[in-house]
Design a protein around this ligand. Sequence first.
Ligand code: CMP
Length: 135
Amino acid sequence: MNRTLVLIKPQAVDRGLTGKIVSRYEEKGLKIIALKMCVANDELLAKHYEEHVEKSFYSELLKAMQQGPVIAMVLGGSDAVTAARVLNGATDPVKAAPGTIRGDFGLEMENNVVHASDSIQSAMREIKLWFPDVQ
Ligand code: CMP
């Protein structure tokens, strides 16, 4: 059993996809341990995406993530980190397989629908950032 952080990105929230996307994780068997809707501030996003700070797309990424509210969730279950990444599909939605969340709902890298932690270590770090009160 482990936990992961999942974000439903602002454009997907704006498109009214929250319910469908949350269902994918729940139908897989992942449990919602915490969930909130919030507009992410600069400080939180800078910490969350610190590994991308030097990348050419960093400022566009931060802009896209602040277009509106995100849904942030802590999901738990058997190998939750891997399960959420596989459900999400490839980072580039054009290349993501049909049946995955990005494959079914996305078309552009900057608006790739969802984020999920890429390792157990990242998950622990990201959960602390987004949900400091969750034990
Ligand atoms: P995410 O899983 O949130 O992690 C980092 C994000 O950066 C990624 O999803 C994409 O939204 C974005 N990203 C990664 N690579 C690129 C790229 N080459 N061009 C634009 N955005 C990117």
